[in-house]
Design a protein. Structure first.
Length: 337
């Protein structure tokens, strides 16, 4: 069995492993915290969200930049407005405020006051890498009888050893002889629960393990994180695709286009074939790449009904009309079918 995972410490690989237990599951999101913006002057998107919250009880906002009276700039991610009274706005966010040094336009307010405490939650779990061959510093630690090893990163490997994915794993907290083979080890790692990998991502990696999928529309099997991961894997394997020819006509199968990621998946397939990416991160970039071509958008009614209406927290998704306008403005002749 070829190794499917590797463990890395610093610049060095310290183990290759056949399998893993406990890595795949729904990540535990960061705690939602409630703050008051006191002495606040709502403007822009915040003013819009406050108006919506007054009517509907709550309103999505996304990222909020705040400038307090002491001249410090702060950023809150994944915000929702919960209400407002006078010059006090109550918001809920994913985690606490962070200092901001980006120079982004900020909403002025007197103070930013936390109302809720960070809940006492179990932040880590144990996962086990199975059938491992230790090397380097990790092998030395095992041979010396050490009980732990430094924090490591893990890599998900393809059949040629290429890295599909890499992320922090945590401290190696124990090891034992492996049930796979007496000469191998099973390594236990204290792993952040927020870093657990959704099962759909694993399914995407399995599909891409040997080569890019050749069946059209395979990306439609996935939603959310799975579709975003499909797009990332397709982009990794789209180097060297032929250039886009001005005047060419491309047929876009819109049957599964319900959000921005699915639109970019479908565009890559329409232009370069199954398992390929267009090389654009946004509709505007897609329009710039396709400038001078004709795009025939089949089943456009699906996108017209779905785009821009999903729940959101980071930013407002574009509507179908806004997507279409981005393409036309860039010079794409758009034919809706």
């Amino acid at each position: 069995m070829h190794p499917r995972y590797a463990l890395v410490s610093g610049p060095y690989e310290v183990a290759r492993c056949q399998d893993v237990e406990g890595l795949y599951g729904e990540p535990v999101p960061p705690p939602r915290l409630v703050h008051e913006l006191r002495g606040c002057e709502p403007r822009g998107e915040l003013a819009r969200a406050v108006t919506q919250a007054v009517v509907e009880g709550t309103a999505p906002l996304g990222t909020l930049h705040v400038l307090t009276h002491d001249g410090l700039a702060w950023v809150l991610e994944g915000c929702r407005v919960l209400g407002a009274r006078g010059d006090v706005v109550t918001v809920e966010s994913a985690g606490g405020p962070r200092r901001s040094h980006t120079g982004e336009p900020a909403v002025p307010c007197g103070n930013l006051v936390r109302l809720s405490r960070v809940p006492a939650a179990r932040t880590h779990t144990e996962i086990t890498f199975l059938g491992c061959v230790p090397r380097g510093g990790l092998r030395q630690a095992l041979e010396s009888g050490a009980r732990e090893y430094d924090p490591v990163r893990y890599q998900v490997l393809g059949h040629t050893g290429a890295v599909h994915h890499e992320a922090p794993a945590g401290r190696v907290t124990g090891w034992r002889g492996s049930a796979h083979d007496p000469g191998l080890f099973d390594l236990t790692v204290s792993f952040p629960r927020a870093g657990l990998v959704p099962h759909q991502k694993r399914q995407v990696w399995e599909l891409w393990h040997h080569d890019r999928p050749a069946e059209p529309g395979t990306w439609r099997r996935f939603t959310g994180p799975g579709r975003a991961e499909w797009l990332r894997q397709a982009a990794r394997r789209s180097h060297g695709v032929p250039g886009i020819v001005p005047g060419a006509t491309h047929h876009l199968d819109g049957a599964g286009i319900v959000d921005e990621d699915s639109l970019l998946c479908a565009l890559g397939e329409a232009v370069h074939g199954p398992g390929r990416a267009l090389g654009a991160a946004t509709p505007r970039e897609a329009g710039e790449l396709l400038a001078g071509t004709t795009l025939v958008w089949h089943h456009a009614d699906t996108a017209r009904a779905c785009l821009g209406v999903q729940p959101w927290s980071a930013h407002r998704p574009l509507t179908f009309e806004e997507f279409a306008e981005e393409l036309r403005t860039a010079g794409v002749r758009l034919v809706l079918d």
